[in-house]
Design a protein. Sequence first.
Lengths: 670, 645
Amino acid sequence: MTVPPDVYFTAHPFTASGAATPRTMPDRLNDIFNVKDFGALGDGHTDDTDAINAAIDRAYSGGVVHPRNGAIILFPPGIYIIGKGNPGTVNLQLDRNPGGKSGKTSIIYRGCGRDASVLRGNFWNGNPINTPPQSGTPGFLLICNFFDAQVSRIENLGIENTNTSSGSGALLVQLGPVQLINCRIKGVIGYVNQVLGFGGRVANCVFECSRPITAASAATRSPNFSFSNFGYDVLQGSLGCAVAQGYYHGNTAKGFDIGFAFSGPPGCLSSTIGNKAIQCGIGFGGFIAGDTESDATIPPPGNPPCPPSWGGHSFTAWSSNWAERCMWGIYPGFSGSMVAANAVTGDTGPNIPAVIGNITWSNGTAIVTTRDPHNIPASAISGISIQNITAGDNNVVRIWVANDYSGILSNGDRVRIQGVTGTIDSYINAGDDGTGLWSIGAYNFVGGYRWFELHNSTFSGSWSGGGTFDLTTQIVIDALPAGLTPDGTGHQIVACTRTGANTFTYRLASFPGFTSATWNYPIEYCMVSGLADRMVLLANHFDALVSRQALELARNPVASQVGGRNLIAAMAPRGGWAFTGELSRTEGGYTFINCGTPGNTPPVAIPVAFLPPQASQPWAPNGTVWRPVEGDERNVNDAQNASFRGTVSAGASNNHYKVRYDGTNWRRIG
Amino acid sequence: MRAQIIRRRVLLGGAVSALAFTPSRTAQADTPFANFGFAATGAPTARTMPDRLAEVVNVLDWGAKGDGSTDDSAAIQAAIDYCLSTKVGTGAFGGKIFFPPGGYKIGTALNVGSDTNPNARVIFEGVGKGYSTSIESFGGGLSGFLISKGNKAYDALQGLNGIDVINASSTPRSGAIRVTGTGVHICNTALTGMVLIDASQADGCLISDVSGGGTDGNGTGPHNDASSTYPSSRYGVGIYLGNNTTVINCRLQFSLWCAFAVTGIGASILGCSAEAVSLGARFGWQPPLGYLPTTAQVTAGVGNQRILTFASVPSWLTDALNAGGTVIVSGIGMPDSCNVVSTTGTMVTISADITDTVPSGTPICFTVDAPAIGATLQGFQTEATDIAVEMFNAEACLIQGNYHHLHPPQMQTASPIQDAVRDVATGIVTVTTPWNHNISPTTANAPFKVAINPGGFTSGFTYITYKNATQFTYGPIAPPSGSFGSGAWMYPQLWGIRFRKVSGCAFLGNVYRGDYGYAAMDFDYGSTENPSATAHKNNFFASVWCEVAGMKPPTDKKNVGGWTFLEAGLDSMNFANPVYTAVTLNGLMAYGDLPGNGGAQPGPIEGQEYIINNCSTTTFGAAADGAGANHVKVRHDGSGWKVCG
């Protein structure tokens, strides 16, 4: 006898063991919307867009208890393809316009793990969200943008937009607060949340750039990083995560131009604790994503100053974040920040110097001579990345760089050798113009401060002339053994042996493409601030490489931007301090407490003329005035020119004094 | 399965009609059931029940019982292995493993790892913390961790939510959970073990809403060291934090040596608490390399150095030394600050005098001395700890907004007494506790807090002496005599905060307390045993308050230069009989201790300011007006130190 199964399984109410109320199986399965019930396959090749949309439609169509709408939408393990074969035409709206519905909606998107349940697509429609006026759908794979149709939480999901076009992204939230937890987000732009005032939370997520880190790019930063790639609006470049306002903690961003940034207008706040940015151009930036108020660019070194409107933006509270192998670790830039107990390092450990004097290669063993004592312990170390360059057969390449990294190149430039083919038997003293062609003579090897790097290059021709430079350091790359071909990937040193204070040797895990000019990840700056206003900088671990600047304050502010009330305490950045631009005026806005770096000291003394307020200085930008208050104390360096009472005391050879504002005037107090 | 879906549908009148089928026919329906696809209400796609049930792996489906007695190891391991090896769709491995409410006994540790799939990840999910769902060892527990990657190449644990993990073992290096992956989320769980969570080798883990206690008998106070199985073992640790580990809203209590041990870069502890443990949080402490019992009495070495003898010196110790690291030695009677100087044969030379306190057979703990960098401790509360916070080896840490109770706010509920009787003749009070009090038998005249009501026997600090397992005594005190049946006693907090190697750290808005005989802030931790191990540079104190006891200043006054105090000092409350009376470090440094003059602090740098105590003996000439003690403030103006006040 065959019992019609339908009776038992779809229309037959039964009770759970120990429970009271009989319900049918289909009704039970309606409690949580499983996308597979709506036809999604999650098989990694079938387009599941329509099925997922059907599930979302149902969640927003009153299928749940009246008057509230909402649901948990569950993604069982699988790879769900969005818009297969139609890049640029199909993306997914995670919410629905609630229209005239009175009840609000709350949706939870739930996966079974960021690697197990993955939504994947290749979407780019040419509409960056930062180009006003917004025309059509932004170029993100997943979008939420209805106010009353909250997507309250997205958890344990992988979200991947494999497109590599600038402006494309994975997840965009324009309205409604969202908690994003335990997700993996991949895209040129990972996640942007433009919601103001609602907070939201981003916790324990991993952001990956869809532009892969290659051997050529891994040395320092994301593949396409350039200051000209992004500007005031950071969305022109790759970006891990930008939240207008909220709480980020425990997230990781890898390989972006900017790891973490802002996406809101002035006044946004965030609390950002325990995040990590790896191999990003800028690890943590107080930049604005999607802000259209200005086309001005973030000032690259030597470029025009920040736009005045930066003054309103807040970096707020950032602590225990770690920027590893980023070009700039932290760029708070704005006002009202607390930057405390963060770490910026060149590699996974502190105190690893980086400058190579010489590498020779013999039978699979590289012999490295460092310029400075390297501090490598006597036994094996690991995890140092040696980058690959490609040398032509039987080539001998000698690359000479200046002896002092405080003296390479002019401000804003760096030597970057990339994509060159051929043979070189002489020396190189040129930079890269971005196309792989040499541009000779444009760089001066004296008087700047940038690093030297080699990227996927083979060489041709011979070179000479162009600029001036001081030659004491050479990197020698000997011929490859016959029959072996560069494999085009980077390599990890698996063990190295200290052979002297300035030398070590290592063998590679596999035969390398070749050696390179750096054996560690250089940092340009651990932290750079533009206008710093009401900033507290406390107890950060800044470990810049030898002879580079750990901390640059007051980069390129203009006269109309005067930061003040900044406190810097308990910091001894390795690599030291630098003030640039209108440094004297902005220095007046800093108090240093127990900061010290041997040989490179915080510049604490200013001319008397820069003590605020001075009529000759524009101390009242935008109607605000930073005025001294009684008790303010500053160090001055030209006391003999002082207008305040008293004369310079005997023995004060350099006229450096401390002055205090007594409510009326600045007085000398010591 | 889909090909076998039976499309036939039967329309029925409703529930009543359905119920008309008799149970006797159910068995016959079983075959079509398993292959019968049907749709959820409102959804379009028909799917079979087995397919639906496979989406989230339920350990009961894999044979686990969860009955609190059956060994469920193999069943759960099979569920894990299925998840990690079964490819879903075309690329994703892993998924969610659901544990329905129950007690899952584990006789063999779970290996949550894969040798072949670096991207396979599983999430353990239960239904809530505290007795609802648990993974438990049998009896005496298991060595190692109940949940870890085991011997697999890749750690596959991505999360654990709502499952208690209980390893009853009190063996060193055992515990509940060990994670080594990236971005692991452990939350909503109550843990028990020698170590609750070891995330020291993980990256970017989030640990939230965890409670737990240890199995380290040493953990309830310093006074029971001698009776502990692993005295001063340094093994009972709640959570080891590694790189970017974020710990939020966790409460750890009892039978742990240390609640939170921080290493690596960028860890943070937010809104957590530690109660009734020896040490609340230690910055710069990673899991020990291992431990060895000595095989002979300690012998003298050169100077203060001493020589320990072991059956053999293992490679993990020589490897660590060869790597250039400093290896800390600790154990009963041994100060934490001494380190291995060298090894020869079976002998290990260490840097401190411990001759009288380390008998043969003592377990010795070896740990690499590594800093915690860029860590945050915020909103941290301790109660009834011996030491609230230790900056053992810390760089660039932010310690702010913390409060450390000397005792539980509700003493009566914390450690009640059964009876207290004052002897008329001697005035000595004998306190009887309702259970074993864990006070060490060697305790004599040790500081405790006792509150007896009514009658005003004693309310506050006194000095107690062990009598037996459930009794201790104190006094003599003045009459009245008699028996008093209510009150409380407790272990006092000894040190508020101690500093060993600390540079570039900021301390803002904290309250520290020390007890009689101890200091609220100890700036001299480790210097006696190993002066070279102490180093203080570039630190900032603001709005920090210490009470009951004062500060123990650094022996080496060069280290004073490493501190700047702003509205930080001592409150004199209950300041009757302290050993350490210093209320600030200001003025403890002489001219010769200034940066550039022999001090340890970097500099001199223009703008640096210090208060020194020997103005008249320096190049400054006579003391300033009224400066009787020759204490002046000096400032470096770029060319030299000048008096500035």
